[in-house]
Design a protein around this ligand. Structure first.
Ligand SMILES: NC(=O)c1ccc[n+]([C@@H]2O[C@H](COP(=O)([O-])OP(=O)(O)OC[C@H]3O[C@@H](n4cnc5c(N)ncnc54)[C@H](O)[C@@H]3O)[C@@H](O)[C@H]2O)c1
Length: 375
């Protein structure tokens, strides 16, 4: 097992989640290369101080370029606001260092195109995009069922991500609620790749989309006694004509910041002629399945999967699996693949992020024109 020395670019919420996953590497039972954080770039001194307090860093700087070029940095984790994805990624990709970058992988289609062009010019660079929810045990079981052809003919796929803290109009504004930094996609840019990663990986692709987007809370406290425009889409409901390459079926994709009562609920429901499944992180160890043969009763079966992770860990199979476990599993998959082997389930690929941009861009057009737009 070797160590891969990481530079973190963006030491906010997700930068710290990575630091926590890296510090918990002994949780994994497999001999997977270990990430060691050796450098941080963040213009916020406070964000850097957190990393300085927890790691023996070789470099702490406001300038991400210094981290990219540092000779003791082997790999990069890029977790900056969306308006910086293009600049940081297009600077980092030519370095040849392995990169895990946060979604949406560019603030819009044009930024994503620039990133994809840069990748095409540097095919030697290993790059993946962050999306941890398909690493939940229930999601992994759905992958297995799909590979076994258990569903029969797909009737419908419904997937989504629901939050609710924005229901509070007094929640102060932040960059994720402002178009200039978060992007025109709004909630789709924030939550969308999480929703489509699994369907796309299974080859369930949208051919067209009719989208309804909502901006429910148009302004929020600015934290200084005034208000600021909250000019991003809070909710997006996308109804697509989907295909698995053989037949078409409805795909309903939701990204909602205002779904009353929901706290980071990622879910997917697949209906098929021979089997149907429901899985939600609301009940993270539980999978519901319905197997059907003509003449048999249609009965939903509830199974507690426990801690059935893709990469084995010290946690017993009866335990619960949660958000930080999903992140650890995603990072394990990244490290396996960055080291040249094939993980059981890989992180989201740049092409999958690209497809999500095409979908979200079509959704924006569909909402304006109230029309069905080809993806
Ligand atoms: N995978 C997930 O579950 C998940 C969850 C939340 C956010 N995200 C994604 O992670 C990324 C960051 O989101 P976050 O929630 O960590 O945001 P955050 O605001 O908590 O952190 C962003 C950090 O980037 C820093 N930053 C700003 N400009 C910079 C620059 N030029 N160079 C280096 N650092 C800079 C900020 O100071 C801040 O510390 C976004 O792309 C977001 O979509 C992913």
């Amino acid at each position: 097992m070797r160590t891969m020395r990481f530079g973190v670019i963006g030491g906010g919420l997700m930068g710290r989640e990575f630091a926590s996953a890296a510090a918990r590497w002994l949780h994994l039972l497999e001999p997977i290369s270990k990430p060691e954080i050796v450098a941080i770039a963040d213009p916020s001194a406070e964000a850097r101080a957190w990393f300085e307090g927890h790691h023996a860093l070789r470099l702490s700087t406001p300038d991400f370029r210094e981290v990219v070029s540092h000779p003791e940095v082997d790999a990069l984790y890029i977790a900056v606001p969306h308006d910086l994805h293009e600049e940081v990624l297009c600077h980092a990709i030519p370095s040849g260092k392995a990169i895990l970058a946060e979604k949406p992988f560019g603030i819009d289609l044009a930024a994503n195109q620039a990133i994809m062009d840069c990748l095409a010019a540097h095919p030697e660079t290993f790059v993946r995009c962050s999306s941890e929810f398909p690493f939940y045990p229930g999601a992994q079981r759905i992958v297995r069922l799909a590979h076994e052809g258990a569903f029969g003919k797909i009737i419908q796929v419904h997937a989504g991500f629901r939050h609710s803290s924005d229901l509070d109009p007094l929640k102060p504004i932040n960059w994720k609620r402002q178009r200039a930094r978060n992007g025109e996609y709004g909630c789709m840019g924030d939550l969308g790749l999480h929703v489509v990663h699994l369907p796309f990986r299974l080859g369930w692709l949208p051919l067209d989309v009719r989208a309804v987007l909502s901006n429910i809370v148009p302004e929020r406290p600015d934290g200084k006694g005034g208000t600021a425009p909250c000019d991003t889409w809070d909710n997006a409901l996308l109804v697509c004509d989907g295909t698995d390459g053989q037949q078409n079926f409805p795909m309903i994709l939701e990204t909602k910041r205002i779904a009353p009562g929901e706290t980071n609920t990622w879910f997917i429901e697949v209906q098929g002629t021979r089997a149907s499944v429901r899985y939600s992180t609301k009940r993270p160890k539980t999978l519901e399945t319905l197997r059907y043969e003509p003449g048999t009763p249609q009965e939903w079966r509830t199974e507690d999967l426990g801690y059935a992770s893709a990469h084995k860990t010290i946690s017993g199979g009866i335990f619960e699996f949660g958000f930080s476990d999903a992140l650890l599993q995603m990072w394990a998959a990244f490290m396996v693949e960055a080291s040249g082997s094939q993980p059981p389930f890989g992180c989201a690929k740049p092409e999958e992020a690209r497809m999500s941009h095409r979908l979200f861009t079509a959704a924006l057009e569909s909402h304006v024109d109230k029309s069905v737009v080809r993806v």
